[in-house]
Design a protein around this ligand. Structure first.
Ligand code: G6P
Length: 591
């Protein structure tokens, strides 16, 4: 869960690398480092954000035309200057940046220690740099040294390697961690993700597992087991602006507010792809969705949509729990894996174990070319554009709508109804945002000092309740709990007393009356009732109004958007960095 970027070209690259690193901060932000090749390897490292690293750099003196940078989310060793990447070999001529985990590092390290190596950090990565250094004899090339080292490593890695002995070159390899190459004119890039180099080139190629790439300013060569492989270079359609703030104070707000614009893109899908998945679902003995975090909540909504609308029953499993159920999956099972990043380790692990049992895996993914897209039998893209804020927002709405599209395809209504449905959804989301800005900001002021907030809902609205609570807690750092409204009385009600905020997700669908009854249980204890509904009711102390007359299958979307806004405004009111909530990361590539 780190971000890596590398440059080899004709330009002085320190500033390019730092600017690119800022776009990768969503992957980790507890420390950062940069190396440039300038006769020797020159390095700067800092604990904290990239801005802190940048404040140490004098671009007039710190420069070179080859370099790499890294932003870290600590796994092995606390965030500290010595533990920040890059790491060096014993001779100080090889530098390595790494995203992933070397599982057998302890064993490798003790071997190196017994051979007299001295380590500067507690990281698993430093072991890799020492091993590459050991294999980098005077008659071998850097790529040979890297290739010789790889069989020793267990675990996952995207590695970038440079050497002062070979200044115009980057060697990069990938196993189970993301790695893309940006192909420019007279310059080439390695990165964890496309937006990192989008300001310089929109041509990209994805390095697959087991491949080794050698980049110079004018060439990119990719090898598998020593043999050159031909790779497709694709043109990225995202604009660099899509990954910039564009006047917003935070990406989270930008991404919430751009939902009316991103939502219609879900129909710009390959219709045939959606139909193929729909046909597969029809013939399946069992359908299981796998996901984590917000993607799981979108899956829970998808489950209701597919069941109520298209008569397809499915289970939703937390990807991190899947292994305990894997034995009951067989060839008759179809899995839908949902992941914004397409890199979440829990999801990848579950998918791989399902595939090993012959299960067919389709995925719903946002990031083009990510690991999940390459290991699935078929992919549907969310088309949400780059999502930078750690809290997922627009990818959630895209996923929820994707399930409606799947449902339309299952009912043979895709061609006739898909565009109208999605455009209608976008218009209603726009109205919801516009109608609620003032209300939600005022409510955020009121809630910012609460010790805890509860969210309840029934049926399809239960998933909204748990997504509302997840957004709220991750961004505000206030305890929040979401649950089915009917469960409140089975325990959590003991926490409700005068003034305790309870958000009741209560649109005018078939859950309305029963949810009113559960809300009355809150009122009876003098809790502060916050209603989210298209139907006003005097039992609400505060009211978040969603548009009237919507298709009930759109209620989760329309109710979740103001809860995203609530989380955002409470987080801002509490002075939190809402784009990078503490201890979290957007792409969680550890199990
Ligand atoms: C992390 C992020 C969440 C996200 C979850 C699943 O925990 O902080 O926002 O929902 O991962 O991510 P995915 O990329 O698989 O959808």
């Amino acid at each position: 869960m780190c971000g890596i970027i590398g440059y080899v070209g004709d330009k002085n690259c320190a500033r390019i690398l730092v600017d690119s690193l800022k776009t990768l901060e969503y992957r980790g932000y507890d420390s950062a480092g940069i190396v440039v090749v300038n006769g020797k390897l020159e390095v700067k490292k800092a604990v904290g954000r990239v801005a802190g690293l940048e404040s140490q750099i004098d671009y007039s003196t710190f420069n070179g035309t080859t370099g790499m940078a890294h932003t870290r989310w600590a796994t092995h060793g606390k965030p500290s200057v010595p533990n920040s990447h890059p790491h060096f070999d014993q001779s100080g001529t090889v530098a390595v940046i790494h995203n992933g985990i070397i599982e057998n590092f302890a064993e490798l390290k003790s071997g190196l220690l017994s051979r007299g190596h001295v380590f500067a950090s507690e990281t698993d990565t430093e072991v890799v740099s020492h091993l590459i250094g050991e294999n980098y004899s005077s008659d071998s090339t850097l790529e040979e040294a890297v290739a010789k080292t790889l069989p020793l490593l267990h675990g996952s890695y995207a590695l970038g390697v440079v050497s002062s002995r070979d200044p115009g070159k980057i060697v990069a390899v990938r196993k189970s961690s993301p790695l893309v190459i940006g192909v420019g004119k007279g310059e080439n890039f390695i990165a964890s993700d496309v937006p990192a180099f989008l300001a310089h080139t929109n041509k990209a190629l994805v390095v697959d597992d087991g491949e080794l790439a050698v980049l110079t300013p004018r060439s990119v060569e990719v090898f598998r087991r020593g043999k050159r492989v031909k790779k497709d270079v694709w043109k990225v359609t995202w604009t660099p602006e899509a990954a910039k703030l564009g006047g917003y104070p935070y990406f989270m707000l930008k991404e919430i507010e751009e939902q009316p614009a991103t939502i219609p893109r879900v129909v710009a899908q390959n219709e045939a792809g959606i139909r193929r998945v729909a046909a597969k679902l029809k013939g399946a003995k069992r359908v299981v969705m796998l996901a984590c975090g917000t993607s799981r909540h979108a899956a829970l909504i998808g489950r209701y949509i597919l069941m109520k609308d298209a008569g397809i029953y499915c289970d939703v499993m937390l990807a991190s729990e899947f292994s305990h159920f894997a034995q009951s999956m067989d060839r008759g099972t179809v899995i839908i894996a949902i992941s914004q990043s397409g890199e979440t380790a829990d999801v990848m692990d579950a998918v791989r174990s399902a595939k090993a049992r012959g299960v067919c895996v389709y995925s719903i993914v946002n990031v083009l070319g990510s690991t999940l897209t390459r290991e699935s039998d078929g992919v549907i893209y969310m088309q949400a554009g780059p999502e930078v804020g750690v809290a997922a927002t627009k990818s959630f709405s895209a996923t929820v709508l994707m399930f409606s599209l799947l449902s339309l395809a299952l009912q043979g209504r895709y061609r006739k109804d898909a565009k109208g449905f999605v455009d209608g959804a976008a218009a209603l989301v726009k109205k919801t945002i516009e109608d609620n800005r003032g209300t939600v900001k005022a409510l955020a002021e009121e809630l910012k000092g609460s010790p805890a907030v509860y969210f309840i809902g029934r049926g399809i609205n239960f998933a909204t309740a748990i997504e509302g609570a997840l957004k709220f807690k991750e961004i505000s750092y206030i305890h929040a709990e979401g649950m089915p409204a009917g469960e409140l009385k089975h325990g959590t009600l003991s926490l409700v007393e005068k003034g305790v905020p309870v958000v009741t997700i209560n649109p005018a669908d078939d859950t309305y009356e029963e949810t009113v009854s559960n809300t009355m249980e809150v009122r009876a204890r003098e809790g502060l009732v916050i209603g989210v509904s298209d139907r006003p009711n005097k039992i609400y102390d505060r009211f978040i109004r969603i548009p009237e007359g919507a298709d009930p299958l759109l209620y989760p979307l329309l109710s979740t958007v103001p809860l995203q806004m609530l989380a955002y405004y409470v987080g801002v009111a509490r002075g939190n960095d809402v784009d990078k909530p503490r201890n979290l990361a957007k792409s969680v590539t550890v199990k």
